[in-house]
Write a protein that binds this ligand. Structure first.
Ligand code: GAL
Length: 762
């Protein structure tokens, strides 16, 4: 269970992200209470051990040991209680010391863990928590041991919470839907309580299953728990006229469990959100509450430019919004590890289904390594099994060879901890032993190969087979988009596949043995700043009109691209020119979910067309293909999108007329003044009419005034006409002005505010 945090109930959960001290070096004495840390750097969490350029750096720059120290102020009235520190993620190995005493070592950077501070606190004096963070390559800890096509980065990179409970406490609550009957949903919850007192106790757990602002179902269970032990019990909740959770209607109930000690009244409580839903696997789709859905998704790495993995909740949530709302996906694979709770919270809220898996990449280590992998799987499932969005557990190391004993064990762990969700395991070979419930296959054939066994999901495609940078020629970016369109089209037409997730959502940093020579894999449908390539427009155009009309003309409308010459000269053998094509013409693609699109060039005649069903027979919304004279591509092109007779959208692309000025846009008008909130600042180089200059690479320079810090390279060159940096709040409230300038162009500025934090801090 990952409860709502921070939390102010009988239980107290305080955000513990401010007031940490950081040293990028290693010395055993750093653990000592008396260590003089006055020269250390004050930091807020999430924190990366090293801010980096967005490309062109060496992995060794972040692969070192660092330390964090926190002088804890524990309220005096917490004396006699049970006090925990929760770490959402520390990369890669954390050794936690309290007042000089080592209390925990956690191996692996992708799962949450807690440290029990209770026996170590000094109620009369000062208390210091010191964390030694080993961010070197640790071949003994998954995913390391072989090579990994992504970077792990380092630091105390997720949030930390300080939690105070009674010695009689709620250890866990696992809720699931067992059946949907007419008018009623059957929900069950297994509640586990702990008793750290020296007496056996008779306890009652009362569940308030509440539709926010509406009806509640109350249920309870009595538990006898021996001294020093854990005990559990089952509670059954009939939910009448349930509001069901599905991607279109992600209804979430609020569940509050309160624990009563018969002698003392309420002693502990937790709250979490819960979606009532049943998901079954068909052969050609999944069924959510009986409704068929072919899954359309992408893989997500959690990496961001400059800060590695250390992105605050706002950026995590924004990714889920991009995937669900902007691109209209119903599904994400959190390749190749458990991701930030803030990302998953947003998936629950937005209706984005999640396939999550244990950390790993192609390599299986020795017995000790496998034991750690199994503990990661346990931590992952226990943390996320109440989430409506999570629909499958990935229990194989991504693309690893068969291993009968190891995978028998991981499947058994998942089935024991969660009998309600199927297991899967991502493979890249057709043969082999399949111990999982659902086959998940990385298909890089650029088609959709026949299913090995149903149910099957294609978990990756395109990726390294056809990467594209935002600086690539137009025709490559169009072909990149079409590569996804062809595979997704095949999957829609197939009765032996439940869906697909393309590789991948966003470009990401990777090691020199992968990537394109710049420590970047350009496999995203968006770049690493989350700026769309046309492949993103393809995905977006598959959403329904009710989720937003899409009309993107995939051209910069310029001459001079060598590909045009190629098109005019020799026909490319892989290009499916159809009978409408005439010599001297070039194809122009429009990605849209409209029924028809009208297009005209330089105020000429409007040509109205239906989408290209002949080439994409199965897609919800095939691309539109117009043919225009290759030498017409100067001036402007306009498009109108129609649903029936109604014009729904208009788009225009003009030939850029030369870099003239910079524009600056900040994603959010307000940041929380907690020292770690961040927002993106996008700069574009445009011509006098505001048209993007798609190959501008001018160097631009930022300046910031007010209580925020610029995160990113400064100065930095535009890439494909654009670049982004981030703003991080400081801990004071005020107005922040960001300015950008570049040689020979007009600059720009924008202003935001930083405001009070809503969270309670320790
Ligand atoms: C897959 C792998 C991914 C990524 C991708 C690139 O084999 O699972 O992590 O490396 O290739 O296309």
């Amino acid at each position: 269970m990952y409860p709502i945090r921070p939390f102010d109930g009988v239980r107290q959960s305080l955000t513990c992200t401010q007031g940490w001290l950081y040293a990028p070096s290693d010395d055993e004495a750093f653990k000592d209470l008396s260590w003089n840390d006055s020269a250390w750097t004050p930091v807020c969490l999430p924190h990366t051990n090293k801010e980096l350029p967005h490309q062109d750096f060496r992995p060794a720059e972040y692969q070192f040991v660092s330390w964090y120290r926190k002088h804890l102020t524990v309220p005096q009235d917490w004396k006699g209680k049970r006090i925990l520190l929760w770490f959402d993620g520390v990369m890669s190995v954390a050794q936690v010391y309290v007042n000089g005493v080592r209390v925990c070592e956690h191996l692996g950077g992708y799962t949450s863990f807690s440290v029990d501070l209770t026996p170590h606190l000094d109620w009369q004096g000062a208390n210091v928590v010191a964390v030694r963070v080993d961010s070197t390559r640790r071949p003994d800890v998954p995913p390391e041991g072989g090579v990994v096509d992504y970077m792990l980065f380092g630091g105390l990179y997720r949030r930390v919470y300080l939690e105070c409970t009674d010695p009689i406490y709620l250890e866990d609550a696992f809720f699931y839907t067992t059946a949907l009957e007419e008018q009623t949903a059957r929900v069950e919850g297994r509640i586990t309580v702990g008793n750290m007192t020296e007496e056996d106790r008779q306890l009652t757990a009362v569940v308030d299953f509440e539709w926010p602002g509406g009806e509640s179902v109350i249920a309870e269970v009595t538990l006898s728990v021996a001294a020093g032990a854990l005990g559990d019990g089952l509670v059954r909740i009939p939910v009448r006229r349930p509001k069901l959770w599905d991607p279109e209607h992600p209804h979430l109930y609020k569940v509050t469990v309160t624990l009563f000690d018969v002698a003392r009244g309420p002693v502990d409580d937790v709250s979490f959100r819960f979606g009532v839903r049943v998901i079954e696997m068909g052969n050609d789709c999944v069924r959510i509450n009986g409704q068929p859905l072919k899954l359309r998704g992408l893989n997500r790495h959690q990496m961001f430019p400059y800060v590695g993995n250390a992105a605050p909740a706002r950026l995590q949530r924004r990714d889920a919004e991009i995937l669900r709302r902007d691109l209209g996906l119903q599904y994400v694979r959190t390749s190749h590890y458990p991701q930030d709770p803030a990302f998953l919270d947003a998936c629950d809220e937005l209706g984005l289904l999640v396939l999550t898996e244990l950390p790993g990449w192609q390599h299986i280590g020795d017995d000790a390594w496998q034991a750690i992998a199994c503990s990661h799987l346990e931590e992952l499932i226990v943390r996320d099994r109440n989430r409506a969005s999570v629909f499958m557990w990935g229990v194989r190391i991504n693309e690893s060879p068969d291993h009968h004993d190891f995978y028998t064990r991981t499947n058994a762990i998942a089935h024991a901890l969660d009998p309600t969700r199927p297991t899967c395991g991502v493979r890249n070979r057709q043969g082999g032993e399949i111990l999982e419930d659902v086959v998940t296959f990385n298909d890089f054939s650029m088609h959709a190969l026949p299913a090995i066994r149903t149910p099957q999901l294609i978990t990756e495609f395109v990726g390294h087979m056809f990467p594209a940078k935002t600086t690539d020629p137009e025709s490559r970016l169009v072909e990149h988009a079409l590569s996804y369109a062809r595979v997704v089209d095949e999957v829609y037409g197939r009765e032996d596949l439940i869906g697909s997730s393309g590789w991948c959502a966003f470009d990401y940093n990777t090691h020199p043995v992968f990537g394109a020579g710049s420590e970047v894999c350009y496999h995203g449908v968006m770049d690493m700043f989350r700026q769309p390539k046309w492949a993103a427009a393809f995905y977006q155009s598959q959403r329904s009109v009710s989720e937003g009309v899409v009309l993107t003309v995939a051209t910069y409308f310029t001459h001079g691209s060598p590909e045009q010459a190629e098109l005019l000269g020799t026909l490319r053998p892989d290009f499916d020119y159809d009978s409408d094509w005439h010599e001297g013409q070039m194809p122009l693609y429009v990605f849209s979910n409209c029924d028809e699109v009208e297009l005209r060039v330089n105020d000429g005649e409007w040509i109205r067309q239906r989408p290209c069903r002949a080439s994409f027979p199965h897609l919800p919304h095939p691309p539109f293909r117009f043919y225009i004279g290759a030498y017409q591509t100067i001036g402007h092109v306009e498009a109108r999108g129609y649903c029936g007779d109604e014009q729904m959208a208009f788009a225009r692309q003009s030939t850029p007329q030369g870099l003239f000025r910079l524009t600056l846009a900040i994603d959010d008008a307000k940041l929380v003044a907690d020292g770690s909130d961040m927002t993106r600042v996008i700069v574009e180089g445009v011509d006098e009419n505001g048209v993007l200059c798609p190959y501008a690479n001018r160097v631009v320079e930022f300046s910031v005034e007010g209580p925020a810090t610029l995160v990113g390279e400064n100065p930095v060159a535009l890439e494909g006409g654009r670049i982004a940096v981030y703003l991080r709040s400081q801990q004071t409230v005020g107005q922040v002005c960001v300015r950008v300038r570049g040689q020979g162009v007009l600059g720009a500025e924008s202003t935001i505010r930083t405001g009070e934090a809503l969270d309670r801090f320790a």
